[in-house]
Design a protein around this ligand. Structure first.
Ligand SMILES: NC(=O)c1ccc[n+]([C@@H]2O[C@H](COP(=O)([O-])OP(=O)(O)OC[C@H]3O[C@@H](n4cnc5c(N)ncnc54)[C@H](OP(=O)(O)O)[C@@H]3O)[C@@H](O)[C@H]2O)c1
Length: 309
């Protein structure tokens, strides 16, 4: 299995298992994934899947130190005084002493409290003025507790990343972002490489997630003829080629599936593409971003990045 080194010295597997959506199916899915050979699981407070992930890890009997486990702080817990408890709540649900990686899920802060999607009186997202930099500094403090082995961010723009780097004591180990052959973000990826920040790709199958349906018919990434054609050479599906593209670029990929055959098949996306195939895939970067919650979250994300409409 391909692995990469984080700037903390820790090892992260290239293939990770996503757990957003289908919460009721996740205990079985994660157990299936662990039995199939995944050793990297991605969850988040807001997915409501932490308890299921924790149960599956216990049931698998796999020693904890062989699994790379990520969770994320949700937007209503950005205030520095809330961060430590937010982590503890996640650990309690996961039934774990630590996570390998804790991320700030989005740069926007919501109103403090228990509501994950607080609204103003007129129905707008209730944002708060906590600076993500202060949240990040609170994450830095958690490192010495041993409850998190590494920290990072998700869904940050380039300007936001630069500001974190300029002011942080501990640079982020990981940036989790949308990445697939239709949204390659090559310049941004280069920037991360230069600064030693590992990238993990969410939604590695592009618009396969059904919440990403768009107006018009643009087809499915996993039916892109270029990926299908390359797949023939390696005896792989286009979906597996999409994963291999991320792995060959040096990133981790986080496919999600509740379907046993797909869970196994996606693990076979861990292989390297030849340069001539990488070149062909460079030609299909349509700069299509499917996950932009700017309107719903009351904050303008990805301002300086590819695929911003
Ligand atoms: N940081 C963030 O803001 C953020 C945002 C989005 C996602 N994520 C993380 O990234 C993970 C993956 O992203 P995602 O769930 O959006 O999308 P994804 O993994 O690209 O796609 C998931 C969809 O593809 C289907 N699928 C899986 N394998 C397939 C295959 N081999 N052939 C055909 N269809 C297949 C799944 O169906 P079935 O399940 O029915 O098999 C599901 O509908 C998430 O679960 C989450 O952990 C993070």
């Amino acid at each position: 299995m391909t692995t990469f080194k984080l700037n903390t010295g820790a090892t992260i597997p290239a293939l990770g298992f996503g757990t957003w959506q289908d919460a009721d199916a996740q205990e079985t899915a994660v157990l299936e994934a662990l039995r199939a050979g995944y050793r990297h699981i991605d969850t988040a407070r807001v997915y409501g899947t932490e308890a299921a992930v924790g149960r599956a890890i216990k049931k698998s009997g796999i020693p904890r130190n062989q699994i790379f486990l990520t969770t994320k702080i949700w937007n209503n817990k950005h205030h520095p005084d809330d961060v430590a408890q937010a982590l503890q709540d996640s650990l309690n649900d996961l039934d774990q002493d630590y996570v390998d990686l804790l991320l700030i899920h989005w740069p926007v802060a919501f109103k403090r409290g228990t509501e994950q999607f607080p609204k103003t009186e007129d129905g707008k997202p209730a944002v708060a003025d906590t600076d993500y930099l202060d949240t990040y500094k609170a994450l830095e403090k958690l490192l010495s507790t041993g409850k998190v082995k590494a920290i990072g961010v998700s869904n940050f723009s380039k300007a936001e990343m630069e500001r974190i780097l300029a002011n942080a004591t501990v640079p982020p180990a990981v940036h989790q972002l949308e990445g697939h052959p239709w949204l390659q973000q090559r310049e941004f990826a280069e920037w991360h490489k230069k600064h030693g920040i590992h990238i993990t790709h969410y939604s590695p199958f592009g618009n396969q997630n059904e919440v990403y349906s768009r107006e018009g018919t643009i087809g499915r990434l996993i039916e892109d003829p270029v990926l299908v054609e390359i797949g023939k050479k390696y005896n792989k599906s286009a979906a597996q080629v999409a994963l291999a593209w991320g792995v060959t670029e040096g990133h981790s990929v986080l496919p999600k599936s509740k379907t046993p055959e797909r869970i196994k098949a996606n693990l076979e996306g861990d292989f390297k593409l030849e340069e001539e195939d990488l070149k062909k895939i460079r030609g299909i970067d349509r700069k299509l971003r499917f996950n932009d919650s700017s309107k719903d979250f009351g904050y303008d994300f990805f301002k300086d990045l590819d695929g911003k409409k």
